[in-house]
Design a binder for this molecule. Sequence first.
Ligand code: ADP
Length: 199
Amino acid sequence: MPSAIVFFGPPGSGKGTQASRLAASLGIPQVSTGDLLRSHVAKGTALGAIARPIMESGALVPDDLVTKMLKERLAEKDAGGGAIFDGYPRTVAQAQSLDALLKDAGGRVDVVLFIDVADATLVDRLLKRAVLEGRADDTKETIAERLKVYREKTAPLADLYRKAGLLVTIDGDRAVETVAADVANSVRSARMTVPKGMA
Ligand code: ADP
């Protein structure tokens, strides 16, 4: 059965950093919809042209476009054994699409790692990242909008996954190494709870 590990959390929570470390240690690819979209923008594809102004405003790219892009990514050979999802799902509709995509592949979401960080820390980190990486959506105004969009559209997913018994909350307000150790432990125990014959 392919593995599907979902990282979930507000912008600036460090989920991308943690997803990339876990991907390296498990040997399954990190699939970041933010990175995929930025690559479309950089290459100047039709999707990139649509996504660019939306991303710069801090809003979400429409579900159908993101899901189509994700589906194409998952069809690549390296994702055959599963993927670590970073930045997807971000809406309830995306969570439903992900379930359907995984079901078709004979899988399901194994565990959802919620990287929890206080708002004040998030803004601080994102403003620092603006200086380091120069991302077009790391301006003060856009950061406020992205946090608002997160609270309205994405945060409700926590309840959904909690009810499904898949949510593990991790305190993201600690050193990268400490968070990574917690992530690794959570993934290990999530695996152990998979009933025999389903793994
Ligand atoms: P962050 O971790 O700071 O939220 P991302 O790189 O995950 O940054 O996303 C940057 C932007 O890309 C988002 O603000 C949004 O416009 C777009 N985006 C990324 N993933 C999705 C998604 N699953 N659905 C809709 N839009 C997305």
